[in-house]
Design a protein around this ligand. Structure first.
Ligand SMILES: Nc1ncnc2c1ncn2[C@@H]1O[C@H](COP(=O)(O)OP(=O)(O)O)[C@@H](O)[C@H]1O
Ligand SMILES: [Mg+2]
Length: 383
C-alpha cells in the first residue's frame, strides 16, 4: 500500500473550544492515524410485524456484521439506498439503540458496556443531528431551552448555559436573540442550524449527522453542508455523515462507506470511491448521478442496477447484491464476499495523510474496470 504524504502526528493541537472563536482551521489532512470510534461485528435485527391477516414472523437484519473504524478528525460518509441500514448503524454506534451483537469502542471506552458517569460522558462526547429538524425539536420549548438540553443534563449552571447557547447559536449562523423564539418561527434550514447548535452545545468530539439535508429544499442544502464542513474543520470534529445521495457527500467526505442490505460493500477515500469504485454497486450508484458536462455525460458508461432492492427480511444468498449485479458469476450466488483491503490500483489516491486502504466486498473486484461509469471515458466493458 502506498504511503501518501507525510504524517503530521501531533499537529492537530488541542480539542477546539467552540466558544473561543479562535477560528483557526485545522489544516485539511492534518490527521493522526488513530481511530476514535471502532465497531466490530456490529449487528442489529428487528422483529418483523406481520399485517392484520398475516402471521408471518421473521427478522430484518438491518445491520449485519459491520466492522468500521472512524478516524479522529475525519468525515466518514455512509451512503446507500433507503432501508439499507444507515440510520440503524448510526444509532447503534451511539448506542441510541442497543445492538444485538458486536462491540463499539469510543476513544478506548467500551460504549456498549458503559454505565453511570462514564455513559453520561460518552453521551456528551457523541452527538447526533437528525434528518428532520421539524420533528426533532420540541415545538413548545424555546430554541434556547432545546439547545441547552445537554448542558442542563451535564449540570452546567444557568448563567454559563445561557452564554454557551448564545455562542453556539452564533457559531451556526444564528443570532443570540433567537434563543427566546420557538421552532415554528424558523425556516427548515434555520431549524437544522438549531439542531446542529443543540448537538454542538456540549462540545462533542463525534457527530453523527443522519441525512441532515434530506428534508431541506435543494437551495438550502448546500448552505447546511458548507456549515457542517466549516464547523468540522474549525472544531476538529469527527463526523459520520449519513446520506442516501452520493452527490451530496462528494465535497464533504474524507472517506466514504457504501452500504447495501445491512453490510458495508465498499470503503475508501473519497477519491478512491468516487474516482475508482471497485464494487459494481458503487459504480452503478455513481453512474446514476447526474453530470453537468454534456460531453462527459455522453461519454460515460451506465452501469445498470437490475431489478429492485430485495427485502432485507429475505436477503439473497451469497453476495447480497448478486441478483442486481451485471457481472455476477456462480460463486457470487453461494459465497458471501468478505470486506477486504485491495492492493492500491493505478489511479487510487488517498486523501489526507494516512492511507487507510480501499476495501471492497466483491469476489471479482480485481478483474473489473468500473471507472468509465463515473465520468471517465473508458473501454466498454459493459456491452
Ligand atoms: N424500529 C424498527 N422496527 C422494525 N424494523 C426497522 C426498525 N428500524 C429500521 N427497521 C428496518 O431496518 C432496515 C434498515 O432501516 P434503516 O436503518 O432506517 O435504513 P436507512 O436509514 O438506510 O434508510 C429497514 O428494512 C427498516 O424497515
Ligand atoms: Mg435513515
Amino acid at each position: 500500500m502506498s504511503e501518501v504524504g507525510v504524517s503530521t502526528v501531533g499537529a492537530a493541537a488541542t480539542p477546539a473550544d467552540a466558544g473561543a472563536g479562535a477560528g483557526v482551521g485545522v489544516a485539511a489532512g492534518a490527521k493522526v492515524g488513530s481511530p476514535l470510534l471502532v465497531a466490530r461485528g456490529l449487528s442489529k435485527q428487528f422483529a418483523l410485524k406481520g399485517g392484520a391477516f398475516s402471521r408471518s414472523t421473521g427478522t430484518v437484519r438491518a445491520v449485519d456484521q459491520v466492522d468500521l473504524d472512524v478516524f479522529d478528525g475525519e468525515v466518514l460518509s455512509l451512503v446507500g439506498e433507503s432501508g439499507c441500514g444507515k440510520t440503524t448503524l448510526g444509532r447503534s454506534l451511539l448506542r441510541l439503540i442497543e445492538p444485538d451483537a458486536g462491540t463499539v469502542t469510543f476513544a478506548g471506552t467500551d460504549v456498549l458496556a458503559a454505565s453511570g458517569e462514564r455513559l453520561r460522558t460518552l453521551r456528551r462526547e457523541m452527538q447526533i443531528v437528525f434528518q428532520d429538524p421539524y420533528a426533532s425539536l420540541d415545538p413548545r420549548a424555546t430554541v434556547g431551552d432545546s439547545v441547552a438540553e445537554g448542558l442542563r443534563a451535564a449540570g452546567v449552571p444557568a448563567r454559563q448555559r445561557a452564554r454557551r447557547v448564545e455562542d453556539v447559536l452564533e457559531l451556526v449562523g444564528l443570532e443570540p436573540y433567537h434563543a427566546r423564539r420557538y421552532p415554528h418561527q424558523f425556516s427548515g434550514g434555520q431549524r437544522q442550524r438549531i439542531g446542529i447548535a443543540r448537538a454542538l452545545a456540549v462540545k462533542p468530539r463525534l457527530l453523527v449527522a443522519d441525512e441532515p439535508v434530506s428534508a431541506l429544499d435543494v437551495s438550502i442544502q448546500s448552505q447546511i453542508l458548507n456549515l457542517l464542513r466549516d464547523l468540522q474543520r474549525r472544531l476538529s470534529l469527527t463526523v459520520v455523515f449519513i446520506a442516501h445521495d452520493l452527490a451530496v457527500v462528494e465535497h464533504l467526505s474524507d472517506r466514504v462507506a457504501v452500504m447495501y442490505l445491512g453490510r458495508i460493500v465498499e470503503l475508501g477515500s473519497r477519491d478512491e470511491v468516487f474516482g475508482r469504485p471497485r464494487h459494481p454497486y458503487t459504480a452503478a450508484l455513481l453512474s446514476a448521478v447526474p453530470v453537468a458536462d454534456p460531453d462527459l455525460a455522453a461519454a460515460r458508461r451506465r452501469i445498470p442496477l437490475i431489478g429492485e432492492l430485495p427485502s432485507p427480511a429475505n436477503p439473497p444468498a451469497g453476495c447480497r447484491f448478486h441478483p442486481r449485479c451485471a457481472f455476477a458469476v456462480d460463486r457470487c450466488r453461494t459465497e458471501i464476499p468478505a470486506l477486504r483491503v485491495l492492493p492500491d490500483a493505478p489511479g487510487d489516491v488517498a486523501r489526507g495523510d494516512v492511507d487507510h486502504g480501499h476495501q471492497v466486498a466483491c469476489h471479482l473486484a480485481e478483474g473489473l474496470d468500473l471507472a468509465g461509469g463515473v465520468g471517465r471515458p473508458a473501454g466498454v466493458l459493459y456491452p
